[in-house]
Design a protein around this ligand. Structure first.
Ligand SMILES: [Mg+2]
Length: 371
């Protein structure tokens, strides 16, 4: 079997709000083979940059677009092709957008491998250790406490046993932050896990002070209080706080995660499959396990990411809980022909070969941004 095409499809809602909400567009990767098998992947990055990285022509041995490296290759060689892409992009890659583009392709290659071998990806990753993952409902903070509380209640009413709120307007001042946290805990009751996603706006000392204030509200974790480059700050915070600290969604490489785990001392390692790919995610999860850390996914995009996260989390021993974005974007909600089953607070591992999620052509057509 040989790869015959690698395409980047950029979908975008007609109106984009100025928020930290990556469910408003999507970059899908479609890898086609001469055997008629088509694999799908996704990248949560900058869509038009990802597309350019895939489509760029050969420049020289260390600067090459990804598509030209893959045409004619055997899609089953996932590790070898990862290495080929990594080595052939060294001058402009090694992190960020290039690794994210490689991750989207890697997901599509594993989808092809699963379809070719007639097995779900979790089986190819070593075998499913569970057939479902507990999910938490992942929300943006609303701009009033009342609207945020309504979201929290809706999450509990739909069977979720964990709820997260994140990003603006949270983090700006102590009094408002405390009012949000108190109101959410009251709305969800004592038995539901409450995760707080700060959105990178504090320094270490502010985080330590806020964490002390929030102790009565029993947060499941405090996520990304600091700038992702502040590894030393994460270390300070992790050593000082009683609550678990979660981070990792900005990291794309094993090297970055190792720093976050060892120097940052974080408790919960959050891996976005559409930024790391299966090939790296399994290595990062194994490293986290060797350091006694729990692993979650990061997912704020479509069901391709949801399915990839599920295969990954079901195949590792140190999976904790799964992020499930409930933002009502038309793209993320309706992309899959058959959505991943989410019921009573659990996501169920697809049993079809490969990812088990195929995009709906009509949704692609409706939201596709023409090159
Ligand atoms: Mg987050």
């Amino acid at each position: 079997m040989k790869i015959t095409d690698v395409e980047a499809l950029y979908l975008r809602l007609p109106v984009i709000q100025e928020r930290t909400d990556s469910s408003q567009d999507a970059l899908l990767v479609r890898v086609t083979t001469d055997a008629g098998i088509v694999g799908w992947g996704e990248v949560d990055g900058c869509p038009s940059v990802t597309r350019a990285i895939i489509e760029a022509p050969y420049s020289h041995k260390l600067v090459t677009g990804l598509k030209s490296l893959l045409i004619g290759e055997d899609p089953l060689d996932t590790a070898r092709l990862w290495e080929k892409m990594y080595q052939s992009t060294l001058y402009y890659g090694r992190n960020g957008a290039v690794i994210q583009a490689m991750a989207g392709i890697d997901i599509a290659l594993w989808d092809i491998k699963g379809q070719a071998l007639g097995k779900p990806i979790a089986d190819l990753l070593g075998g499913a250790m569970r057939d479902r993952m507990r999910v938490y409902s992942s929300n943006m903070f609303q701009f009033s406490i009342e609207d945020t509380v309504a979201r929290a209640r809706a999450a509990v009413d739909t069977g979720h046993t964990g709820v997260k709120f994140g990003w603006e307007p949270f983090g700006a001042d102590e009094v408002t932050d405390l009012a949000y946290v108190e109101a959410i805990r009251k709305a969800v009751g004592d038995k539901v896990d409450f995760m707080l996603d700060v959105g990178l706006v504090w320094d270490a000392k502010t985080t330590i002070r806020r964490a002390q204030l929030f102790e009565p509200y029993r947060l499941c974790w405090i996520e990304e209080p600091l700038h992702p480059d502040d590894y030393a700050g994460y270390g300070k915070v992790s050593r000082a706080c009683s609550q678990a600290i979660a981070a990792g969604e900005e990291e794309c490489t094993r090297v970055g995660f190792e720093r976050l785990i060892d120097e940052g001392q974080i408790d919960v390692v959050q891996i976005d499959l559409t930024r790391c790919g299966f090939t790296q995610a399994m290595q990062i999860a194994a490293y986290a396990a060797s350091r006694g850390r729990k692993v979650c996914n990061h997912n704020f995009t479509t069901d391709i990411n949801t399915a990839a996260s599920l295969h990954f989390l079901c195949a590792i021993p140190n999976a904790f809980v799964m992020e499930y974005c409930v933002e009502p974007s038309e793209i993320s909600r309706h992309l899959a022909r058959q959505a991943v089953r989410i019921e009573d607070g659990f996501a169920y591992l697809p049993t079809e070969p490969g990812l088990g999620v195929v995009p709906n052509d009509a949704v692609i057509e409706e939201f596709l941004v023409k090159p």
